[in-house]
Design a protein around this ligand. Structure first.
Ligand SMILES: Nc1ncnc2c1ncn2[C@@H]1O[C@H](COP(=O)(O)OP(=O)(O)OP(=O)(O)O)[C@@H](O)[C@H]1O
Length: 366
């Protein structure tokens, strides 16, 4: 089997700012076509990590390799930056037309006029901006300006793209439309990407790998389901909110009443994905009800699964139960219910939740 080469490799990175170590990362890598999200609280070091990967910030130690070769000289850093695009929360548009803004990266890279014209036209169209090519970039709405900054970044046809909270403060429909456009182009062109986001559903939807950072370190990384369902410590558990995240595939959709296949079991949900779509079913622990005998058939919960309690942990006034129902499920029960139902590790139970309790997120194929 041939091993896929990493696009970017970072080793032994340490960055001090204002006399304080703000980043200490033994290793980090990004492989070809991979989409990675960096999540973590304010000040965790997410933006500093992006800047470090491009050599845009002084570092105490650390080497970056691009396709296996060390990036050391000034010209090697410039070459890496030439192959990379970065989209920031502030679109930072020039005071000129939309066309000129989208063309700016291409001019810098020395493309000829005819090629620039064709390339800009392609990316204006992809981001639905053709009709405003001659508009002043100063007179755009927040959503339009973000579109222009995305078109500008993609127009240089980078091998890697970094996004630092590119959709913060946008209304949800605009945000959704932009992430859909961006996701399509990234997949079409096989671009590797790192996204810094505070929106966990965005991270879930877009990423093959989620990296959780705190206080300058990487605390955990893995597939979205691994990180969300198996947090390595209390910090990650609290930060990701402890929803159960199940990978599944839509098998039917009848006027938004959907069935999703999860680990060989059917989960009923409400939504609008088409059969065959890859999704995550997200279920909050407070929406999972436990009973020890088969519940009344009249129960309104559409999803009912026999399972076993695999772990019990104290959560203040509640107990958190980990269940194995053929897939993992987390439930909170009060101490009173826990005693009344005589629950304990190993106990066989029934877990149920309503179709309306399942929050559906489309999943990027691995
Ligand atoms: N110009 C600066 N001078 C000194 N320290 C800085 C500077 N910029 C950032 N820092 C510090 O570096 C650390 C990492 O900041 P960074 O912006 O990378 O975090 P972040 O995870 O991206 O945060 P946020 O989610 O708030 O954007 C923080 O402790 C921050 O206070």
């Amino acid at each position: 089997m041939t091993q896929q080469q990493n696009l970017l490799d970072l080793q032994e990175l340490r960055v001090d700012r204002g006399g304080v170590t703000v980043l200490d990362i033994p290793s980090f890598s990004l492989s070809e076509n991979e989409f990675v999200s960096l999540i973590g609280p304010n000040g965790a070091g997410k933006s500093t990590l992006l800047l470090s990967l491009l050599g845009l910030i002084n570092r105490q130690s650390g080497t970056v390799c691009y396709r296996g070769g060390a990036v050391a000289s000034q010209s090697q850093w410039l070459e890496l930056r030439r192959r990379t695009a970065m989209v920031l929360q502030d679109p930072l548009l020039f005071d000129s037309t939309v066309f000129d803004n989208v063309a700016s990266g291409l001019k810098l890279r020395g493309l000829g006029r005819a090629e620039i014209k064709t390339r800009v036209a392609t990316y204006l169209e992809r981001f639905n901006l053709t009709h405003m090519a001659q508009r002043s970039a100063r007179k755009l709405s927040g959503g339009e300006a973000r579109r222009v900054s995305l078109a500008r970044a993609f127009a240089v046809e980078p091998e890697v793209i970094f996004f630092d909270e590119p959709f913060a403060n946008l209304d949800p429909p605009t945000r959704q439309a932009l992430t859909d456009d961006m996701d399509r182009i990234i997949r079409d062109r096989g671009i590797a990407a790192i996204l810094v986001t505070h929106d966990q559903s965005e991270a879930l939807r877009m990423s093959q790998r989620i990296v959780v950072m705190n206080r300058g370190s990487i605390v955990q990384q893995g597939t979205p389901a691994e990180v969300m369902n198996h947090p390595v410590n209390e910090f990650v558990a609290n930060f990701v909110g402890m929803e159960t995240i199940l990978e599944g595939e839509v098998i039917s959709n009848n006027e938004q009443q959907m069935a999703v296949m999860v680990a060989g079991r059917e989960v009923d949900t409400i939504g609008d994905a088409e059969p065959g779509a890859q999704v995550y079913c997200c279920i909050r622990p407070e929406n999972v009800t436990i009973s020890v005998s088969h519940p009344d058939e009249k129960s309104s919960a559409r999803n009912l699964y026999p399972g076993r309690v695999t772990d019990v942990a104290s959560m203040g006034p509640f107990l958190r139960l980990q269940l194995d129902c053929g897939f993992p499920l987390t439930s909170y029960v009060t101490r009173e219910s826990f005693a009344k139902l005589e629950l304990c590790e190993g106990r066989e139970v029934y877990a149920s939740f309503k179709a309306t309790s399942v929050h559906l997120i489309r999943r990027r194929a691995a």
